[in-house]
Design a protein around this ligand. Structure first.
Ligand code: GLU
Length: 376
């Protein structure tokens, strides 16, 4: 398995690197040395022929220090204003650090809304591709100054996962303030052991992670595991490693077995399905019977009205909706051809009965297989 990991690093041409606030900030504000070190390492990767997209946190943490706040403000306008102050300083330091290696940087601030809209999603991809073709380093952060709570990525672990999918990257490297995923919180348990490799992100793994909170950023270990779930399901590996370790990126790429490596699933999810599954926000749920579950999961079929037993939430045509089996286990997600109100009327019916019940028939399927992704 170890050699498998090496193979992934060797082959990786396009790399997304996420650096957390805990790596980038010190007691007095931004940790300039850390920024210089990460920038130098990224330049080395670029000089070895790789493309690097950087997802950097640190705006809020550094803005707080600049304004002189000890705690993250609760009020949204203050929080957003603090991010605005911090983001400017963050980019300035990156510009200086990369400039020392004659590399240019570009600031890309995104909200979840930008990526939920397919056109804007593709537009963001084209822009980042262009920057990469110019050998400019895209430095991405959530647009904390305008993002509204319900429409946020939530944390930069999630944002980095979505950027990895957006760019069809070959690997996601998540640099944080601990070595990787442990079997217990290493900060409070001296006998905690590092888990070097995670094959499948089971409920047990998620439980382990939820006991290990973050120190500074928004995420903690659980959000890193959720990010790993997204990218590995799309066939892309992720590694969590300690950002402060000397030359960590060089060490990872030269095959040192550091951190926790999350093994990707064999089948790569097509890019559009990855967008449906992991970027869009689900608007509702459909419960389906065993026959439909089997047809979809084992035989790659579409979801027909006959297999639907219950509809939850209020959503319109084209919404992104999860479907669950009778035990309420999530099976996947897809874009619906009918609204929640109409699905309530046609659930359990044959497709040939749709028209007589609704007075129209747009499609035979409630979710067509082209618009459906299994997420487990
Ligand atoms: N976007 C936030 C910032 O730059 C960080 C969010 C996170 O830590 O996950 O401060």
């Amino acid at each position: 398995m170890q050699s498998n990991r090496t193979k992934h690093f060797k082959r990786a041409k396009r790399v997304v690197i996420k650096v957390g606030s805990s790596v980038l900030t010190a007691k007095t504000g931004l940790n300039i040395q850390a920024i210089q070190s990460i920038s130098r390492q990224i330049c080395a990767l670029m000089d070895s022929g790789r493309e690097v997209v950087l997802v950097s946190s640190g705006a809020i943490a550094s803005g707080m220090k600049k304004i002189g706040l000890a705690k993250k403000p609760k009020e949204i306008p203050k929080r957003q204003a603090v991010a605005a102050v911090g983001q400017a300083g963050l980019m300035l330091e990156y510009e200086i650090a990369f400039g020392a290696f004659q590399k240019q940087v570009a600031q890309v601030l995104l909200t979840r809304d930008d990526l939920c809209d397919r056109k804007r999603y593709l537009n963001a991809r084209n822009t980042i591709r262009t920057l990469l073709s110019w050998k400019v380093v895209p430095i991405i952060n959530e647009n904390d100054t305008v993002a509204i709570e319900e429409l946020k990525f939530g944390d930069n672990d999630n944002l980095a996962a979505m950027i990895t999918l957006l760019m069809g990257a070959d690997i996601l490297i998540n640099l944080t303030d601990i070595e990787g995923l442990y079997n217990k919180d290493p900060r409070t348990n001296s006998d905690a052991e590092l888990i070097p490799l995670v094959d499948t992100i089971s409920r047990g793994v998620e439980r382990l992670a939820s006991d290990i909170p973050g120190t500074l950023g928004t995420g903690g270990m659980l959000s890193k595991i959720r990010a790993a779930k997204k990218v590995t399901k799309a066939g892309i590996p992720m590694v969590i490693a300690k950002g402060e370790k000397e030359n960590i990126l060089g060490a990872l790429f030269s095959g040192e077995p550091l951190g926790t490596f999350f093994v990707p699933e064999k089948n790569k999810l097509p890019s559009r399905k990855g967008w449906i599954a992991f970027t869009l926000k689900p608007q509702g749920k459909l419960l389906i019977d065993a026959g439909a579950a089997l047809a979809i999961v084992n035989n790659g079929k579409s979801l027909l009205p006959i297999g639907i037993t219950d509809v939850r939430g209020d959503f319109s045509v084209g919404a992104c909706v999860e479907f669950l089996d009778s035990n309420e286990t999530k099976l996947g997600i897809g874009l619906v051809n009918y609204s929640a109100a109409d699905i309530k009327k046609i659930k359990g019916l044959k497709s040939s009965e749709i028209e007589s019940r609704l007075g129209y028939k747009a499609y035979d399927e409630v979710i067509h297989r082209d618009n459906l992704a299994l997420t487990g």
